[in-house]
Design a protein around this ligand. Structure first.
Ligand code: AMP
Length: 141
């Protein structure tokens, strides 16, 4: 498997070198809005530990990601008045992975509404700001 690339875009987000719409951070994980959401509220959870994908991440770091994904999922149900949650994680090009720092997609779902195909369109900054604000409020309970 290819080695972890420290210059991937999510590593740059973690280092604060490029901006993002952050919704949550703790010692081990970081969560922010996907810029090309497949549904309103589409959030990405990443480990702080460098990991390309499921194949090289440590079990401990993956567990931290899972814990944060659950927090985001519960908050997203409330923030987006959702009926369900889709979690997705892609590993290696054959799976559809395009950014090589492990990320878990957390997508709030509404009954009968299909997900957009990946990378359909870049969301408005205002909408991303609004979605992040709603999630942050829901995370506070
Ligand atoms: P994948 O590697 O296929 O699991 O998905 C990568 C995801 O990252 C896609 O859903 C993109 O829309 C998203 N993405 C790419 N660049 C950024 C960025 N700078 N900020 C937030 N999301 C991003």
């Amino acid at each position: 498997m290819t080695a972890y690339d420290t210059n991937n875009i999510f590593a740059k987000i973690l280092r604060g070198e490029i901006p993002c719409h952050k919704v949550y951070e703790d010692e081990h994980t970081f969560a922010f809005m996907d810029i090309m959401p497949r549904c309103p509220g589409h959030t990405l959870v990443i480990p702080k530990e460098p990991a390309r994908n499921i194949l090289d991440i440590s079990p401990e770091s993956l567990a931290h990601v899972a814990r944060t994904a659950k927090k985001i999922a519960v908050a997203a149900m409330k923030a987006f008045n959702a009926d369900g949650i889709t979690l997705q994680q892609f590993s290696e090009p054959a799976s559809g992975q395009v950014v090589y720092h492990l990320h878990m997609h957390v997508m709030p779902r509404v009954e009968g509404v299909m997900l957009l195909p990946p990378a359909t369109r870049k969301e408005d900054v205002k909408a991303l700001e609004d979605h992040a604000t709603r999630l942050i409020a829901a995370l506070k309970g």
